[in-house]
Design a protein around this ligand. Sequence first.
Ligand SMILES: [Zn+2]
Ligand SMILES: [Zn+2]
Length: 191
Amino acid sequence: MGKSVLSGPLVVDTRELGRRPGAERTSTFTVEAPADLGYDIFGVPEGSAIDLELRLEAVMEGILATGSASVHATGECVRCLAPVDEQFVVDFQELFVYDDIRDAEGAEEDDEVSMLQGDLLDLEPLLRDAVVLALPFQPLCQDDCPGLCPECGARLADDPDHGHEAAVDPRWAGLADLRTDLNQDPDEKNE
Ligand SMILES: [Zn+2]
Ligand SMILES: [Zn+2]
């Protein structure tokens, strides 16, 4: 009826609730993750499975959507760059207002209010907000990740006792310099 039709894996048809306040339906389903879900450094890979549990409830002014989504996020540890790979369950709830009610009230376009389009509602914006809130902004491979060795870049979590003897004892520093000088001498003949 002149309106663009919603489409996408997270568009849900509420027709069977018949706009009868009190009617409700619970469902579980799996969709493929849309692109750019999460942050650049930590997000849900496009096409990965998202398991949803959704309850739709008709109320006077629209449909209340309550649910949870299980998403798989991947990224890199901000301290040691090791791959981070975690499952998150995010909860969401939103009231979608019937579009003809809004139209009748002469309301202007309002980004704060989620609207149905006919019988369709789109969970994607809701899911995006919930995922961004749930994912840690600075992912870590483990809570106390010690990061990388400042001297050689080794991952300290793999090698906690890791150390460098060089320059530990100042008495040897002079010798080390001398050895460097000898090695850098182009006329130096070995053996
Ligand atoms: Zn780490
Ligand atoms: Zn090191």
